[in-house]
Each structure stands twice: as C-alpha cells, then as structure tokens.
Design a protein around this ligand. Structure first.
Ligand code: BDR
Ligand code: CA
Length: 310
C-alpha cells in the first residue's frame, strides 16, 4: 500500500477524488488536509470532515491555510456551489478535526513513513508550501507530490492559468522549486479526461448507496459546464488520484517547469520548458500530457462497483 496524504479544497471534483482514493486498497490514506480554494477554509474543512465520515474513511482530517500566501483569496462557487458541494448536504455524522494543522500533520506522516509518503495535492498549494518552508528537510522525506494544478497549455481561470496555481502562485512557485519529485496533472491533461453525458449515464447505472448523491453532483457540474456551451464535465482532481492508482492512465514527460509570479496577465502560469532552452535548469517535474480515457473511465466504473458491493 502507498501511504498518501490528500491535500484538498472540496470541491465537487475533490469529492470524487476522495471517493476514488477510498475505493482502492492500493492506497493507505493517512490524512486529509484542507486548504482554502474552491470555497473559504471553514467551508472546505467542513466538507473534508463530512466526506471522510460519509465514506467511513478512517483517517485524520486536519485544517490548513485560510488564505493564499500573498495574493487575495479566490473561490470557485460558480462551479462548486455556495457550500462547495453543489449545495448538497451530505447526511452523515460530524467527524472530529485533528488538533494539529495541515503542515504539521504532513511533516509528522512524512517522518513516520521515512521517504514513502506521497502527497496528492488537489487544491491550491498553500499548505504544502508552508510545510516545505517550516520543515527544511521535508522535501527529502516525501516520495513525490502529484499535483492537480497548473497547465502546460491553456488554463481555466485565465487564458494560461489554472485555478489551483492561480489561487496561490507563490505557494506553487515554492513547491515547484523545492526539489521534491513532482507530477503535474495540469488542466490540459484533465481536458483529455472529459466525461460526456453518456459516460455519466454508464456510471449512474451502477447502483450503490452513493449513486443518488453522485448523480446530483455530476448533474450540478454538467449544468455549470452547459451554461458555457460545453456538453461534458471534467473531474480534474479524480484524474490525479487515478494516475496514482494506475500510471497507465496518463503519459508523462520530464521538463523544467517554473511558475510565473510577477505578471498580472500570466500570474500563476506554469511555464513548461518544452524545448529545453533553459539548459542550466533541472527537469523538476513530470508533466502529464496524454490521457488513456478508457483506462480512466474504467477506474471510475471500478470505483462505483466497489461501493455497490459494500
Ligand atoms: C481545480 O480547481 C478546482 O476548482 C478543482 O477542485 C480542481 O482542483 C481545477 O482547475
Ligand atoms: Ca480541488
């Protein structure tokens, strides 16, 4: 089993990422850490607790950063709703929050796992940046960070900026410069994991105690996408988890990636040196480029089937 921490701002696609992670015995989820992003810290922390309890996840849930390091907070209520979960109220018991902050929980598990811990970062990178700054030896203790964030092509928040990177560009810069092995599941990669209404029907046809709520969330996102003439949805964060479960889901290549923190137009853009023009720079990131859609959809189906037999 791979010991993982999921750093998240739930978020509808975060919900599905957590659901997918919990469905596989390949992962040993040590903690869920919340970070302000899709909604304010208070809301996403409650959602993290609720989701953990809803799926009976036996792991620590810790609160993280309330705001980005040095930029004004941004949220994404237009996609995720006022409560971050499409205004769905999960019927579940309230789990207790860890007494420790996200960055301390990350360090604690990194030390315990002694180089084996993987972080799946599916929100702005604020908590990870704080952890790396607070604990200078942390980068040597983490096996890798799989980041849903950034893009090596177009963005979703600005022409070339993806939400998680744009929401805290300085944090992203700190993480990309940290020397920790990184995988970037960027917006461009997740655009190759589009789920069509037909794909969603296939998933909805698998009966589980969760199917009704899942269908509600998929329909909520589909409505938001359709309002900008797109007849599909993307569950970006779930692709990051899928890649950890099955690396054949996404083809990656190593590049030097830097984060823009100075320009207003390209704030938070992850600049990928495709032609290796920065000769003195390290290949600091494995960049996701192609997606095996069939393998990804299959993992989502396996996830539903897992819950149907519980
Ligand atoms: C990312 O931003 C958030 O809105 C989603 O939860 C995902 O992590 C996509 O750009
Ligand atoms: Ca997210």
């Amino acid at each position: 089993q791979i010991p993982v921490i999921i750093d998240t701002d739930p978020g509808i696609d975060d919900f599905f990422a957590l659901m997918l992670a919990n469905s596989s015995d390949k992962l040993d989820i040590k903690a869920i850490t919340s970070v302000a992003g899709n909604q304010k810290a208070e809301i996403v922390t409650k959602n993290a607790l609720d989701i953990a309890s809803y799926f009976h996840m036996d792991c620590e849930v810790a609160k993280g950063a309330e705001r980005p390091l040095n930029t004004p907070p941004q949220t994404a209520g237009h996609i995720h709703g006022e409560n971050g979960l499409g205004n769905l109220v999960l019927k579940t018991e309230m789990k207790t929050l860890s007494p420790d902050y996200a960055w301390d929980v990350i360090y604690k598990h990194a030390v315990k796992e002694n180089g084996r811990l993987e972080i799946i970062a599916i929100g702005p990178l604020t908590n990870i940046a704080i952890a790396l700054l607070k604990y200078p030896d942390l980068h040597k203790l983490i096996h890798r960070i799989v980041i849903m964030g950034g893009s090596s092509d177009i963005g979703n928040t600005s022409p070339y900026g993806e939400f998680n990177a744009v929401a805290d560009p300085l944090a992203a810069k700190i993480v990309f410069r940290s020397g920790t092995p990184l995988v970037m599941v960027g917006w461009n990669a997740t655009m190759k994991s589009k789920l069509t209404p037909d794909n969603l029907e296939e998933l909805k046809a698998i009966d589980t105690p969760y199917t009704k709520d899942c269908s509600f969330l998929w329909d909520f996102v589909l409505k938001a996408y359709r309002s900008s003439d797109k007849d599909y949805i993307v569950l970006s964060d779930a692709l990051a988890v899928a890649y950890v479960l099955d690396p054949s889901v996404m083809e990656c290549k190593d590049y030097y990636v830097a984060v823009e923190t100075a320009s207003s137009l390209n704030m938070g853009r992850t600049v990928v040196d495709f032609d290796h023009v920065c000769k003195d720079k390290p290949l600091n990131c494995s960049v996701g480029l192609e997606v095996n859609h069939a393998a990804y959809l299959n993992l989502l189906k396996e996830m539903m089937k897992h819950y149907s037999t519980q």
